[in-house]
Design a protein around this ligand. Structure first.
Ligand code: FAD
Ligand code: SIN
Length: 540
């Protein structure tokens, strides 16, 4: 199969990009691949909303920029922060034009929420299901574009570079080129190749590397792992954001339900097992301090008391308003027997967001030619050492736009399809499965996944030490060795590829953490408790 533009991922980043390209280039073909149902994305689960300076009377670009820089703890790229904050408003207006509905008051003004680290109310939201509304809008909009072909249940295994043509490719190879991808067609279980002029990685996050996460099962860091295998540049993977308040449900494995930070923005208070409001002991901004500080404070309270959760107290809040703003949370709590007007909600931190990822420049260009990245899988310099709440939907839209501008220019300048004829595409070999046999037992995969999630949570979690990181690395080495053997010998499946990718991501997070000899933002190592004077991005 050949296509002009290939988009991997159907979350906010991939869909926004595809829509823009389709509008600008009605004569070009755009293919979107997604490994699950089209709306099964991190985007769909976003609750709090999208940050943007919509009320210039009370807010300003400077304030949003400053809040982002403070949260990022010295490591944000100021130029990128300015781009995202300033261009973000246009992108928000655009998705509103495409049909996204954000809550308004009786006077027709947007009701803006507040979350940790924000100095102003600036978060547009659709109740507590903002991501679902944005995803719905984008999926509806792409349906009207005849030149977009969305293929669901299609798992991308690897990006194709000169390596697949038989050339030696290393990190030092100056011009690595991406020609396309190998995919598992999950309807037929066949491995196919897709050749494209431009490829966009919009594969989202990697929360599934941890035992508890707010991320759905699709968040397995595939894009980052593929990029690393292709010898592309990855940076700042050690900055994993733990959301302070995932609902604690004993015995429930997999994705944890989020209690949005906007609940604290509306006045909810964190309390420890003695009922004490403890945040004032950690930061003067109390419950609305940036996420790294709140998650660490909760971790400490839990460790001191030996408990598995703390509480979020909403009992003093106006319940009519609560139900209006947070109907989904209210209903979820009710369904498990918690009446939020009378009982506190048990919560604990959970892996939530990857601040690092595929190194991308201000146009979303990666270190590999023809390959762009945006959304959660990319590292643009916006988040630094800790992402400001509700900045990621904004970043995804701004960078989808920028990737679109740059890549369309590139494709329009081409006189011919570069992957046909004498050239590159024809030379790409079919997938070689010779010598592999059907997998005998799934336990080898499922157990490796459990081991990985446990070791990452216990050794590479909110608080790290040199000994824990070294232990994690040893165990990752073994998991890597075993999984590579399985990968070489058996017919590949999405499950095997995901575990393999998560092990790579685990390695990149741990390696980044080992190389960072300081504590900054989301990375806290008790052996290096202070910030270094040297600002450094760790590129692997
Ligand atoms: P995603 O939306 O995750 O999409 C990734 C896509 O890539 C999926 O379609 C997936 O199937 C596809 N994919 C991945 N690997 C492969 C593969 N190998 N082959 C084929 N397809 C593949 N951010 C905010 O700004 N505000 C919020 O209020 C907010 N709340 C959040 C609440 C929760 C519970 C979570 C989990 C996140 C929240 N975030 C929030 C973060 C934000 O939702 C995500 O960072 C953002 O939606 C990521 O968008 P994306 O397009 O990059 O990736
Ligand atoms: C939340 O609603 O608390 C999540 C917001 C975010 O991750 O940006």
């Amino acid at each position: 199969m050949k296509t002009d533009f290939l988009v991997i991922g159907s979350g906010i980043a991939g869909l926004t990009y595809a829509l823009k390209v389709a509008q600008d280039c009605p004569d070009k073909t755009i293919t979107i691949l997604t490994k699950a149902q089209s709306d099964e994305t991190n985007t769909k689960y976003a609750q709090g909303g999208v940050a943007g300076v919509m009320d210039m009377d009370h807010d300003s670009f400077e304030k949003h920029i400053e809040d982002t820089l403070i949260a990022g703890d010295g490591l944000c790229n100021r130029k990128i922060v300015e781009i995202v904050v300033k261009e973000g408003v246009e992108r928000i207006k655009e998705i509103i034009e495409w049909g996204a509905k954000f809550d308004k008051d009786k006077e027709g003004e947007y009701t803006l929420g507040k979350e940790g680290g924000h100095s102003e109310f600036r978060i547009l939201h659709h109740k507590d299901v903002t991501g679902k509304e944005m995803e719905r809008t984008l999926l509806a909009a792409i349906k009207n574009k005849p030149n977009i072909n969305l293929i669901s249940h299609c798992f991308v295994v690897d990006i194709i570079t000169q390596h697949h043509l038989g050339f030696l490719v290393t990190k030092a190879t100056p011009d690595i080129v991406c020609y396309g991808v190998y995919v598992i067609n999950m309807q037929t279980n066949k491995i196919e190749k897709i050749i494209s002029k431009i490829i966009l990685l919009a594969t989202g996050g990697n929360g599934q590397a941890y035992r508890t996460t707010t991320n759905p099962a699709i968040a397995t860091g595939d894009g980052v792992a593929m990029m690393y295998r292709a010898k592309g540049r990855i940076e700042n993977m050690e900055f994993i954001q733990f959301h302070p308040t995932a609902l604690y449900e004993p015995g429930i494995a997999g994705q944890s339900f989020l209690i949005t930070e906007a609940v604290r923005g509306d006045g909810a208070i964190l309390r420890n097992n003695k009922g004490e409001a403890f945040m004032e002991r950690y930061d003067e901004r109390k419950d609305l301090a940036p996420r790294d500080i709140v998650a660490r404070a909760i971790d400490n309270e839990m460790k001191v008391a030996g408990t598995e959760h703390i509480f979020l107290d909403c009992r003093h809040m106006d319940m009519e308003k609560f139900v209006h703003h947070f109907p989904n949370i209210y209903e979820k709590c009710r369904s498990i027997g918690i009446d939020v007007s009378k009982q506190m909600i048990p919560v604990a931190p959970a892996a939530h967001y990857s601040c690092g990822g595929i190194k991308a420049d201000e146009w979303g260009r990666t270190s590999i030619n023809n390959l762009y990245a945006c959304g959660e899988c990319a590292s643009t310099g916006l988040h630094g050492a800790n992402r400001l709440a509700s900045n990621s939907l904004l970043e995804a839209m701004v960078f989808a736009h920028r990737c679109y501008l740059d890549s369309v220019k590139k494709v329009k300048a081409l006189t011919d399809f570069p992957s046909t004829g004498e050239g590159r595409g024809e030379a790409v070999p079919d997938w070689n499965a010779a010598g592999t046999t059907a997998p005998k037992e799934m336990i080898l995969i499922t157990q490796s996944l459990k081991e990985l999630q446990l070791l990452m949570s216990d050794y590479v979690g909110i608080v790290r030490t040199n000994v824990r990181l070294a232990r994690a690395m040893k165990r990752l080495d073994l998991l890597h060795e075993e999984t590579e053997a399985l990968y070489q010998d058996t017919e590949i499946s999405p499950q095997l590829c995901e575990v393999r990718n998560l092990i790579t991501v685990g390695y990149l997070i741990t390696k980044g953490a080992q190389l960072r000899h300081e504590s900054r933002g989301l990375h806290f190592n008790t052996d290096y408790p202070y910030k270094s004077d040297r600002l450094q991005n760790i590129v692997l």
